[in-house]
Design a protein around this ligand. Structure first.
Ligand SMILES: C[S@@+](CC[C@H](N)C(=O)[O-])C[C@H]1O[C@@H](n2cnc3c(N)ncnc32)[C@H](O)[C@@H]1O
Length: 224
C-alpha cells in the first residue's frame, strides 16, 4: 500500500480500514475453490494471477508439511490423520474430494461445524500467506497514518485477530529501559499508536442478519 499511495502522490492518510480474509463472492463461486459446500477445482488463491493452487501444493508437499499447516492455521487436532489421508488419496483436485477425505479422517465432529472447516481455513491461509501479509501490512498502515489518524482492522478468526492485537499492543507500549536507568517520564519516547477502546464484536442482531459476522472482530488504534 505504501507504493500504491506513493504512486498517487499520497504520503499520509487520515485512516486505514482493513477488512481482511476472504470475501463472500469468493466463497460462493465454486470455480474459486474456497468452499467445502460447493464442488469446484481446489484453487483457493485470492489472486488467481499468481502462486500455487491448494491442489498443486497438496500434490507436492510432504505429509509433515501438510500436517503442520493444518495444525498451525486450522488449529485442527486431527491434523495428523487428515494429512495422512490426503497423502494416501493424492492427487486431490476438487473441493468435494478434499471435503470427503477430511470428513472420513475426522473422528469426532464439532457441533454445528462441517468437519472440513478447519482444514479449508488452514489451506486458504497457507496458499495466500494471509498472516504473513497481515504482519507486513500493519506496520505500513501505521507509518502511513498522519497524527490523530486511525487504523481499523476487521478480522474473522482468532489467528488474524491475534496478529492485530499483538501489533497494536506492541506499538502502543512505551519502550522500556533496563531497571535502574534513570529516565525522566518526559524523555520517554511516545509510543506510535494508542489502542482505541476494546475489541468490537458483532451484536446479536447483526449476527442474526449476517451469520458470517459472528466471528468478526474490529480493533481500532490511533496514531499519536
Ligand atoms: C473480507 S473481503 C473484503 C470484503 C469487502 N470489504 C466487502 O465488504 O465487500 C477481503 C478481500 O481482501 C482481498 N485480499 C486478501 N489478501 C489481500 C492482500 N494481501 N492485498 C489486497 N487484497 C487482499 C481478498 O481477495 C478479499 O476480496
Amino acid at each position: 500500500m505504501t507504493q500504491a499511495l506513493a504512486a498517487r502522490g499520497i504520503r499520509h492518510v487520515a485512516g486505514v480500514l482493513l477488512d481482511v480474509g476472504m470475501s463472500s463472492p469468493q466463497l460462493e463461486e465454486p470455480a474459486r475453490g474456497f468452499s467445502f459446500m460447493r464442488d469446484g477445482p481446489l484453487d483457493m488463491r485470492m489472486d488467481t494471477t499468481r502462486g500455487e493452487t491448494a491442489a498443486e501444493w497438496l500434490d507436492r508437499a510432504d505429509e509433515k508439511e501438510i500436517r503442520e499447516v493444518i495444525f498451525r492455521y486450522g488449529e485442527e487436532r486431527f491434523a495428523k490423520q487428515i494429512a495422512a489421508a490426503i497423502v494416501a488419496a493424492r492427487p486431490v483436485g476438487t473441493t468435494r474430494q478434499l471435503a470427503e477425505i477430511v470428513g472420513r479422517a475426522v473422528r469426532t465432529r464439532e457441533p454445528g461445524q462441517h468437519p472440513a472447516t478447519r482444514t479449508f481455513q488452514a489451506l486458504r491461509i497457507h496458499v495466500n500467506q494471509e498472516l504473513e501479509e497481515l504482519e507486513m501490512t500493519l506496520p505500513q498502515a501505521a507509518a502511513l497514518l498522519e497524527p490523530g489518524g486511525r487504523l481499523a482492522v476487521v478480522s474473522f478468526h482468532s489467528l488474524e485477530d491475534r496478529v492485530v492485537k499483538s501489533f497494536i499492543r506492541a506499538r502502543s507500549t512505551a519502550d522500556t529501559f533496563p531497571k535502574g536507568v534513570p529516565v525522566r517520564a518526559a524523555d520517554l519516547p511516545t509510543p506510535q499508536l494508542r489502542a482505541v477502546g476494546k475489541a468490537i464484536r458483532a451484536s446479536d442482531d447483526e449476527v442474526r442478519r449476517n451469520p458470517r459476522a459472528r466471528s468478526a472482530v474490529l480493533r481500532v488504534a490511533e496514531k499519536n
